[in-house]
Structures are given as structure tokens and as C-alpha cells.
Design a protein around this ligand. Structure first.
Ligand code: GLC
Length: 479
């Protein structure tokens, strides 16, 4: 059998550029597939060449062309780099991508329309005609839409299948309908594909045009049939229900490994778990908290946005802070939550330390140094932090939703790898934390729980196989 050719298109991918979960997955999933199915898949990644991408000096220049987008002809340089058995392509256009932030610009629609168009336009130039293009989130949604509109009559493109993976349905790529022709180059019937509720909705367009829609956990793939989770798209999900798949993400267990992670104060494994406490003491010192190995330390690392459950945290906090406990919070986001955590630190400086920042070095120190990791999301397509904290022996406390529900089971009754609660209420959160604190009091039970948690396999092994099978099914090839 010839190798299956997959082009993985994303707006970010580790290790080059990652601002969140999408970047982590877009780096680690193709890597896992390329390793596990070396002889069966040729998977390549294509990314925008942002200003923040390092090491561009050793990229190979493949060529340049100009990409048509409505009335524009835009410069497009293509670079290539092989890393970890994987080929990365980078789309260069300084006007669009030489900016300090990846997202949040007035012309994001145009930037990612250009990128999506370029992904397809460069295929002859890179001499890689994929069997499948695998797009991710709204930024690359137009890859699927352009494939069925602009490219449907081209011989080499006609048979390409497409998948859209939804990492978070809240971000849909919504724009004014008035720019459909001028910016997105979509006219008449084509415009109808992306039109939804009077605006342009790029994710909707990809759901309509892709051959498969996947999302990042099984539970989330069911939740999005309900508009509470689908944020307006439930009807489209329903209409395309036969295309929906749910596959839980994994993590790169080489990148996140307490035995080798250079950011830690001390490396450790299950066998040398005492050393985890050196990380805790150093973290307490670093964050200005009293150094005491016996006070349970709870970590929170998150974007500070509503759907991560911060309203629950705020309402439960006073109750939790009555206990013997410490908190280290790391994250940036909505101003209101940032101010809240700053003032909480002022009022409880011996119990709370808040860093309003994105800082992957400190994040790793928290994953290693904390005893528990709190993630009470209102919705969570998959969630990666609960898996990383598990890998570092830090017990997750999560709300049972999406990927959190699929990856963490409550340990109160003996078995399980964390503490969970279902009801969306501060009381339920508070009681899950208190259950964890209770188990923590018994050193032997806690140590056993750490062992169980560290032994759970959150690597990509199982899920990469599911993606592989999804690719096969799409191409109508049996195993
Ligand atoms: C998004 C989701 C998160 C998921 C990640 C990777 O960031 O919010 O739950 O883990 O994408 O798929």
C-alpha cells in the first residue's frame, strides 16, 4: 500500500509557535502519527511564518508565487524544515504575518483567508498532492471551503478529502457578510456556504464542506449537539451528524516528562517521588508563599476566561480559603479576573500567589510543585493541563465536562485518578476540593493516588491510532 498523504493545516503548531491547546496538539499529533506509522503515513504540517517563529535561518527556501484572493495577488514565499521525521512548510508574507501577535488584528479574516488559499495553491510547487487535508479551527476552515468551491474542477484536487477538527466551537470565525466577496472571494452560492444567521461563519462553512468533522474528545462530540455548548451551531452539527467523530487528545510525554524537564528545580519519577516536594518548596519560595511541605498547594494554570469556570472559583474561594491550603495561579485574560486574583493575593498574601502572565517555564514549575491542579471548566473540548499535571503527579480536580470527563475519574470511592464534580455550582466545586484535602491528610493514601495518577497513559499512542483509522475510513481503505 502506498503511504497515505496528509497535509495538516493549522494556524499554530509546537515547537515553532503555540499560544494554546491548538498549538500543542498540532505539534504533537502529527509527530505521533509520523512516528507510529512511519511506513504508512506521510504527514506534513503547514503554518504561517509568523514573526515569532525562531530558527528560520535553517529553513530551506522552496520558492515563491503569488496567491490570488479576490482582486488581490499576494506574495507567497514557501519555506521547508524537517524536524522529528516531520516536514513543516511555512507560508511567508510579511504584510500578513510579521506582527508581534498571531491573532487579534483587524484583518484576521483576510490573513487566514490568504493562508487557507495558499495552503491549496502551493501544492504543485511543494510537489505534495495529499489524499487528505486536515484543517483545524476557524483559521483554516476556508481550506475545506475553497477545496469544494475554487478547486472542485481541478483534476489533481478533485479527490482530496478534507477533515475539520474543532478544538473549541466557541471560536467560529465570524465576520460581516458584506466582506464575503471582497475579502473571502466567495460569491453567490459560495457565499451561502459560509453564511449563517446573517453573518459569515467560517467554521460553519467548513462543517458543511468537510468530509468529516472531528472534535477533541468523545464527550464534547456529544455535548455540541446542544446549543449550550455549540454556541449557535447545534443545528449545523445536527445536519452533519453522520460526519462527527470524537477523539481524545494526548500529550507529548517526551516534552512533558518530570524525569527530564529542564524547567524543574529537581527532576523526579514515581520512584523518586520525594523529590517532588523539593519542587514544591522551591515553588513556594519563588512565589512568596510560606515554605511548608504539609500545606496542600493547589495550582491553576489557564487563560482567564469565563468558560474555564472562573466564576465558580470566585464564588467558592472564600470557603476554600478557610482551609489550610495555598494557591498558585498563573494566567492572563479578562481584565476582571486578573484584577480579582491580584486583589485576592493582597488579602491572602500567605495563601495566594497570582502571576498574571503566560510563562511556560513557571507553568512547568507549578505542574511539578503543586499537589493538586484545579480545572473547573464550564465547557472543555479536551483540556491538556489536567493530563500534564497528572504526568507530574499533581492530582487534578475537574468538572465533569468534555475531555475532563473522559480523562479524569473520581477517586473518592477508591479507584480513580482525580476528583471530579458535575454540578455547575460553587458548592460542588468546594466539596470536590474538600474531598481532595481530606485524602491529602492521609500521607499513605495520597502517595498511592499520586502513583495511580502518574501511571495513567496520556500519551498519543491510543489516539494516534484512532486518527489513523479515521484517515483510512475516509479513504475507504480497510486496516
Ligand atoms: C482548545 C480547547 C481545549 C483543547 C485544545 C486542544 O484550546 O479549549 O479544551 O484541549 O483546544 O485540542
Amino acid at each position: 500500500m502506498n503511504k497515505i498523504k496528509v497535509l495538516f493545516a493549522a494556524s499554530e503548531a509546537a515547537p515553532y509557535i503555540a499560544t494554546g491547546g491548538l498549538g500543542e496538539v498540532a505539534g504533537s499529533l502529527p509527530k505521533a502519527l509520523a512516528e507510529k506509522y512511519k511506513d504508512k503515513i506521510d504527514i506534513r504540517i503547514v503554518l504561517p511564518l509568523y514573526q515569532g517563529i525562531w530558527n528560520r535561518n535553517d529553513f530551506e527556501f522552496i520558492g515563491k508565487t503569488s496567491v490570488p484572493l479576490a482582486w488581490r495577488q499576494q506574495y507567497c514565499g514557501v519555506f521547508k524544515k524537517k524536524l522529528n521525521n516531520l516536514t513543516y512548510y511555512f507560508i511567508d508574507n510579511e504584510y500578513y504575518f510579521k506582527r508581534s501577535e498571531c491573532y487579534g488584528h483587524f484583518d484576521d479574516g483576510e490573513r487566514f483567508a490568504f493562508f487557507s488559499k495558499a495552503v491549496l495553491y502551493i501544492l504543485p510547487m511543494i510537489e505534495f498532492m495529499p489524499d487528505i487535508v486536515h484543517a483545524n479551527d476557524w483559521q483554516t476552515s476556508l481550506v475545506a471551503t475553497y477545496l469544494t468551491t475554487k478547486y472542485s474542477n481541478y483534476r489533481d484536487y478533485k479527490n482530496i478529502k478534507s477533515i475539520i477538527t474543532v478544538h473549541n466551537i466557541e471560536y467560529q470565525g465570524i465576520f460581516d457578510l458584506a466582506i464575503a466577496e471582497d475579502v473571502f472571494d466567495l460569491h453567490g452560492k459560495e457565499k451561502g456556504i459560509v453564511e449563517y444567521n446573517g453573518v459569515i461563519n467560517l467554521l460553519k462553512g467548513a462543517m458543511e464542506t468537510s468530509h468529516l468533522i472531528s472534535t477533541v474528545s468523545e464527550s464534547y462530540s456529544k455535548e455540541i449537539f446542544d446549543d449550550y455548548y455549540a454556541k449557535g451551531l447545534a443545528k449545523i452539527i445536527e445536519k452533519n451528524s453522520s460526519k462527527i467523530r470524537g477523539i481524545l487528545n494526548g500529550i507529548d510525554t517526551e516534552v512533558y516528562n518530570p524525569e527530564t524537564d529542564e524547567a524543574l528545580f529537581e527532576n523526579y519519577s514515581i520512584k523518586t517521588i520525594e523529590k517532588k516536594y523539593l519542587n514544591k518548596q522551591n515553588l513556594q519560595l519563588l512565589t512568596g508563599l510560606p515554605q511548608d511541605k504539609d500545606i496542600p498547594l493547589i495550582g491553576i494554570i489557564s487563560r482567564l476566561v469565563k468558560h474555564k469556570g472562573f466564576d465558580l472559583i470566585i464564588n467558592a474561594m472564600e470557603g476554600i480559603l478557610k482551609e489550610k491550603v495555598q494557591f498558585v495561579i498563573l494566567g492572563k485574560g479578562d481584565r476582571g479576573y486578573e484584577l480579582y486574583f491580584n486583589s485576592l493575593e493582597d488579602s491572602y498574601h500567605d495563601k495566594v500567589s497570582a502571576k498574571i502572565d503566560f510563562n511556560s517555564d513557571l507553568a512547568r514549575k507549578i505542574y511539578a510543585g503543586a499537589d493538586m491542579f484545579l480545572m473547573p471548566s464550564i465547557s472543555e473540548p479536551c483540556g491538556i493541563a489536567q493530563m500534564i499535571s497528572s504526568r507530574y503527579g499533581t492530582i487534578p480536580i475537574v468538572r465533569e465536562t468534555g475531555g475532563l470527563k473522559d480523562s479524569i475519574k473520581d477517586a473518592s470511592l477508591g479507584r480513580g485518578n482525580g476528583f471530579t464534580f458535575k454540578e455547575e455550582s460553587p458548592e460542588a466545586l468546594c466539596s470536590a476540593v474538600k474531598r481532595a484535602l481530606k485524602v491529602y491528610e492521609n500521607k499513605e493514601d495520597w502517595r498511592k493516588l499520586i502513583e495511580t495518577v502518574m501511571n495513567v497513559d496520556f500519551s498519543w499512542a491510543k489516539s494516534a491510532e484512532k486518527y489513523y483509522n479515521m484517515y483510512l475510513s475516509l479513504l475507504d481503505i480497510g486496516e
